[in-house]
Design a protein around this ligand. Structure first.
Ligand SMILES: NC(=O)c1ccc[n+]([C@@H]2O[C@H](COP(=O)([O-])OP(=O)(O)OC[C@H]3O[C@@H](n4cnc5c(N)ncnc54)[C@H](O)[C@@H]3O)[C@@H](O)[C@H]2O)c1
Length: 247
């Protein structure tokens, strides 16, 4: 046991994919989990699969008022939030030159502003209690770039830079802020984005381990950073990508 028992975790985008695996892993380690997702049915399915330790909350992370209400609902039903996991994300893979401004706005809103909104909503409580863990899911695309994902890479890089500054500002309050960067991971998002199987093959070839990550492999890194084992780790960016990037 490494200190997650009885902790309250708020996981965004936990209705499916990596977020679902994170919610299940944190619950398996004893946490109470708010499964937050814009798709309420999916949030409920994940929460039902976890059982009594989980609640489902419908929320759009790009809407500040909705996020504040979701945080208040979580705190009322489960207690003060100890761990925030910013996992909700979205992308449309296409050459930048063909991309439209509406798409840029959506990518930046979900992948960069969403985490900023969620962090702001939990931060005062964490500061008042003098403790907290924030783990955000960026991407290796935000570390080294990724063809067809220009604005997404920029948003994820922004999330990494934002998290480092926040880690510096929050250290005095004993709040750890870290980022996990998945490489290609077998989730609905990747399968939708990569309908072209040649693209998928070349992606897998670029990974030294020659396979996609499993969502649970990302979840184990998140659980580590949320646990007491990572108490002295802050401002870090951890790639979980089978060696795709080594920086
Ligand atoms: N799958 C990959 O290969 C991969 C690689 C690198 C990084 N990531 C990142 O990992 C995270 C999870 O990705 P995934 O592959 O599991 O994606 P996914 O699409 O399977 O799941 C994302 C979840 O986020 C939810 N969501 C989307 N917009 C939301 C919003 N505005 N408010 C609340 N919830 C919202 C969706 O409903 C969905 O349940 C994302 O941040 C993604 O950018 C994924």
């Amino acid at each position: 046991m490494r200190g997650l028992e009885g902790k309250v975790a708020f996981v965004t985008g936990a209705g499916r994919g990596i977020g679902e695996a994170i919610a299940k892993r944190l619950a398996a380690e004893g946490a109470k989990v708010a499964v937050a997702d814009i798709i309420e049915d999916n949030a409920r399915q994940t929460a039902d699969a976890i059982g009594a330790a989980a609640i489902a909350i419908a929320v759009d992370v790009t809407n500040s008022a909705a996020v504040r209400a979701a945080v208040a609902e979580c705190e009322k039903r489960l207690g003060p939030i100890d761990v925030l996991v910013n996992n909700a994300g979205w992308d449309k893979i296409e050459p930048f030159i063909e991309s439209r401004e509406e798409t840029w706005d959506k990518v930046i809103a979900i992948n960069l502003k969403g985490p900023i909104i969620c962090i702001r909503a939990v931060l005062e409580g964490m500061i008042a209690r003098g403790k907290g863990r924030i783990v955000s899911i960026a991407s290796d695309a935000g570390r080294v770039g990724s063809t067809g994902e220009a604005v997404y890479s920029g948003a994820k890089s922004g999330l990494i830079g934002f998290s480092k500054t926040l880690a510096r500002e929050m250290a005095r309050h004993h709040i750890n802020v870290n980022v996990v960067c998945p490489g290609p991971t077998g989730t609905p998002l990747l399968k939708q984005a990569m309908q072209n199987s040649k693209l998928m093959e070349s992606l897998v070839r670029a990974v030294p381990f020659r396979r996609l990550a499993e969502p649970d492999e990302i979840a184990s890194a998140v659980a580590f950073l949320a646990s007491d084992d990572a108490g002295f780790i802050t401002g870090q960016t951890l790639s979980v990508s089978g060696g795709l990037t080594m920086i």
